[in-house]
Design a binder for this molecule. Structure first.
Ligand SMILES: C[S@@+](CC[C@H](N)C(=O)[O-])C[C@H]1O[C@@H](n2cnc3c(N)ncnc32)[C@H](O)[C@@H]1O
Length: 252
C-alpha cells in the first residue's frame, strides 16, 4: 500500500534535497541558499532550471536525467505531490535535482539576480478570473526577471486554450521573442524527447482528447512590461467559479 500524506511529509522533512519554506516559514527563517545554490548545493556552475507548479515533478526529474550538465529545481506548495519526484530522484541518486516547497508568489526570495537560466511552467492553473494569480502574467514575469538571466527562456506547456491565448497576448504586447509555438504539440512533429515527457495532469487532459499547446519564449530584462487588456474565451471544460479546481479529479 502507498504511503499516506503524513508519512510522505515525514519523508520529505528528512530529504537532503528538499527545502520547505511556505509563506509562514519564509517570513521568519532566512534562506541561506539564495545566491549560493551553485556553490553550496549543486557544487558546480551548471545552469539552473526551475519547474514552477511542478506537482509530482515529472519535468524536474525527467530533464534531470536527460541533462546531467544542468541543475533542476521543482517548486510547488503541495508537499504530498512533490514527494513522488523527490523520492524518485533521491532513490536514483541524482545530484542535479532539488525541490523547493513554497508559494510561487514569493519565489524571488529564493534566488539571486541571474541565478536561474530557464523556467518551465507545466499545466499551470489558468486562473481565468485573476491575471495576478496567473503564472504567465506580467505580475509573475516581473518576479521571474528578478532572478532570471537576461533573455532567459520560459516554457509553457498547457492544455488550456485560455492560458495559451492569454500568454500569446502577453508576449505580443511586450514584444517578447518567441522561439517555438504550437497549438497541437503531438500532431506538430515537434514532440521530441523533451516535449514528450508527460506530467500527471497532462496525461489526464490527453485522455480527455485535448490538444497540448506549447510556447517557448525569451524574457529580456530591459523593457517595462505591460499587462494585455483583452477578453479571452473561457475554457468551457473548467469551472470558472471554482477555477482553483479544474474539471479533473485532483490529487493531493
Ligand atoms: C494543475 S497542477 C499541475 C501539476 C504538474 N505540473 C502536472 O502537470 O501534473 C498545478 C500545480 O501548481 C501548484 N501551484 C499553483 N499555484 C501555485 C502557487 N502560487 N504556489 C505554489 N504552487 C502553486 C499546485 O499546487 C499544483 O500542484
Amino acid at each position: 500500500m502507498g504511503k499516506n500524506k503524513l508519512e510522505k511529509f515525514a519523508d520529505m522533512a528528512g530529504y537532503p534535497h528538499v527545502f520547505e519554506y511556505p509563506y509562514s516559514v519564509a517570513d521568519n527563517v532566512p534562506f541561506g541558499m539564495r545566491g549560493n545554490w551553485h556553490e553550496r548545493f549543486f557544487k558546480n556552475d551548471h545552469p539552473i532550471v526551475l519547474e514552477l507548479g511542478c506537482g509530482r515533478g515529472e519535468y524536474t526529474v525527467g530533464l534531470g536525467r536527460m541533462f546531467p550538465g544542468k541543475n533542476f529545481i521543482g517548486v510547488d506548495i503541495k508537499g504530498a505531490r512533490m514527494w513522488t519526484g523527490a523520492t524518485e530522484s533521491l532513490e536514483a541518486g541524482m545530484t542535479n535535482v532539488a525541490f523547493l516547497r513554497t508559494n510561487i508568489e514569493i519565489i524571488d526570495r529564493f534566488f539571486a539576480p541571474g541565478e536561474v537560466s530557464e523556467i518551465w511552467l507545466t499545466f499551470s492553473d489558468p486562473q481565468m478570473k485573476k491575471a495576478t494569480k496567473r503564472l504567465t502574467s506580467t505580475y509573475f514575469m516581473e518576479r521571474y526577471r528578478k532572478f532570471l538571466v537576461d533573455n532567459g527562456i520560459v516554457h509553457l506547456k498547457t492544455d488550456s486554450n485560455f492560458m495559451f491565448t492569454y500568454t500569446r497576448y502577453m508576449i505580443e504586447k511586450n514584444g517578447l521573442p518567441v522561439r517555438v509555438m504550437t497549438e497541437d504539440l503531438y500532431h506538430s512533429g515537434m514532440a521530441d524527447d523533451i516535449l514528450s515527457i508527460k506530467t500527471y495532469y497532462e496525461q489526464q487532459w490527453l485522455d480527455r482528447g485535448l490538444n497540448i499547446k506549447y510556447i517557448k519564449f525569451c524574457l529580456p530584462q530591459a523593457s517595462e512590461l505591460q499587462e494585455p487588456d483583452v477578453e479571452i474565451e473561457l475554457d468551457e471544460y473548467r469551472s470558472y467559479n471554482r477555477s482553483k479546481r479544474s474539471g479533473l479529479q485532483t490529487s493531493k
